[in-house]
Design a protein around this ligand. Structure first.
Ligand code: F6P
Length: 343
């Protein structure tokens, strides 16, 4: 009997359980033994795993989080030998890894030794090689529902409300969620904003009699010639910086500049902890079925990706390139400008 391991690494993303359920259901149907490695790389080091059975996984696709647990603070750097030794002790024929840039860059060193199949995962939607990652649609829904809801209190109190989204160095979540809720202002790291122009825009809205104003700001957004707001660092994490604080700073500053009361809301981990949308469920089940097929074909060193409306396979190395940022001339930027959204 062939024995396959499955591991989820990095920050959790809605849809991880859908990947686990679809991959494992298909493999169990083909008489594979599947073990779920717990807590990302931590489970390799500690040898913690669960034996996957149909009963454990049935129905988990609709839940947020990951049945296996995950970690975004353990690295393989400097521990390569130990990692490989521990992996070999599991006696696996192959490993399915759902992860983001941190996970795949950490696994680069083992691409020859470990037969692996990748599944791109991040709410940030910034993995190269794929046009969309699961979890992104759910995160955007959290943003758009929040902005829609907050608009009522903003208008009731004649306030500006600044909503901070996740995304690290990329603005996909702020852009997608901000557009879907027709926010007035969307600030993303890829397009550093000009403070003077922003003030001018907000004043115009005030003078035009708007009762409230909704601003969506990505946690990594920056004003021109300034740097991003880092809240703290997580030592040992493949990406140590944790962003945060930009919305609070912006609220205090804009309030003074335009004499319009401002508040801020940080959506934070709510963006990761919601049941996946139907779109994300479809993506994960299509990816999961293909991954199981690839395991049977021993298509090691490959990954599933989403391109031009289809789930396809590609070389795993494609996920190991630098982050995929929002191109400043992306069609969604043009949509925002057509709606006179400040971006
Ligand atoms: O990469 C996913 C992500 O959710 C980022 O958008 C965010 O900056 C970061 O993880 C938060 O990490 P943590 O879970 O360590 O707070």
């Amino acid at each position: 009997m062939k024995k396959i391991g499955i591991l989820t690494g990095g920050g959790d993303a809605p849809g991880l359980n859908g990947i686990i359920e679809s991959v494992c259901r298909c493999l169990l149907n083909q008489d594979y033994e599947v073990i779920g490695i717990q807590d990302g790389f931590e489970g390799i080091y500690s040898g913690s795993f669960i034996k996957i059975s149909e009963t454990i996984i049935r129905g988990i696709h609709s839940q947020a989080g990951t049945l296996l647990g995950t970690s975004n603070k353990s690295s393989t750097k400097g521990r390569e030998e130990e990692f490989l030794r521990r992996y070999r002790a599991l006696n696996l024929d192959g490993l399915v890894v759902a992860g983001g840039d941190g996970t795949f860059s950490a696994l680069k060193a083992f691409s020859k030794e470990i037969p692996m199949i990748g599944v791109p995962k991040t709410i940030d939607n910034d993995l190269p090689g794929t046009e969309v990652t699961f979890g992104y649609d759910t995160a955007c829904s959290v943003v758009s529902e929040s902005v829609d809801a907050l608009r009522a209190t903003a208008e009731a109190h004649r306030r500006i409300i600044i909503v901070e989204t996740m995304g690290r160095t990329s603005g996909w979540i702020a852009l997608g969620g901000g557009l879907a809720s027709f926010a007035d202002v969307i600030l993303i790291p890829e397009i550093p904003y000009d403070r003077k122009n922003l003030v001018r825009y907000v004043l115009e809205k005030k003078q035009a009699g708007h009762r409230g104003l909704m601003v969506v700001v990505s946690e990594g957004a920056v004003a021109q010639n300034e740097s991003a707001t880092i809240a703290f660092e997580v030592p040992g994490s493949p990406q140590a910086e944790r962003y945060g604080g930009v919305a609070a700073n912006l609220a205090r500053w804009i309030e003074k500049e335009v004499d319009w009361e401002a508040r801020h809301v940080v959506l934070g981990h709510l963006q990761r902890s919601r049941a996946p949308t139907t779109t994300d469920r479809f993506l994960t089940l299509s990816m999961g079925v293909l991954v199981a097929q690839m395991v049977q074909e021993k298509a090691w060193g490959q990954t599933v990706v989403y391109r031009e409306g289809r789930v396809l396979r590609a070389s795993l190395s494609e996920l190991m390139a630098p982050a995929r940022l929002v191109p400043p001339d992306h069609r969604w930027i043009h949509l925002a400008r057509a709606l006179k959204i400040y971006i």
